[in-house]
Design a protein around this ligand. Sequence first.
Ligand code: NAD
Length: 272
Amino acid sequence: NLSTTTVLNNGVSMPIFGLGVYKAEDGEEVKQAVEAALEAGYRLIDTASFYKNEAGVGEAIKASGIPREELFITTKVWNDQQGYESTLAAFEESRTKLGLESIDLYLIHWPIKGKYKETWRALEKLYKEGKVRAIGVSNFKAHHIEDLLSESEIVPAVNQIELHPRLTQEEDRAYCIEKGIKVEAWSPLMRGRLFDEPLLMDIAEKHGKTTAQVILRWNVQHQIITIPKSVKKQRIIENSNIFDFELTAEEMKAIDGLNQNIRTGMDPDEVS
Ligand code: NAD
């Protein structure tokens, strides 16, 4: 069910399914989306300072009355905030906007060359001070993680990467598993570009499910944390109804086979 969790490398439990809020407008839009999600049983919310909607997310959390310890809130340090002191300052800003004492998962949004190691040192400090329950990275390829690990104390708990049936990331997934790093999928629905894919439609029909639900179920069965975005109540509920059916091993393989290494977002090696 929606409270299904995965255990991170530091023993912290993280829900395997949650709501992404990229491009949800601060204020009413994001507030209503988060409220609808929490009402539907979501407990993981994924935001970022870059999304400029942490305040609205925070308001929805407060209004929900759900005990803090039942929620799992992720936010991220943006590219131009990277560096040691500036990350510490960015964290305080995010925490204040969210209105939270502590953050459950704090991520480095992109691997900015020459900056991400210093940024990681700041995350390690925040972690040791108990201000964040887990720290991780986003958009790190295996070589970025190798480089990070060569000079860090703490192994990232999570790597959040673009991942969907057209970009299955098998190599980086295998690498992360080997290092004890959980993989989290961003743009799991490829931003809506997969809904008329014939194989997915066929599998969906067999299970009496939607293509969105089939894709998200494929994530979960691969033990990939997934955070589909929608601001529409109906779709928020639809996306969460994936714990009452199971894809067969053949269906899982067939979906894996849709990979074409196509990105919708930036290549992490090209971000600066
Ligand atoms: P997504 O793949 O979740 O697709 C979202 C879009 O799909 C929505 O805007 C909506 O139009 C459509 N949609 C959602 N559910 C639907 C349904 N049931 N039926 C029909 N259409 C539906 O894309 P995303 O928002 O890019 O990714 C999800 C989350 O991942 C983001 O909100 C954000 O939290 C995170 N993210 C992180 C990074 C990063 O660099 N770390 C980058 C992009 C996104």
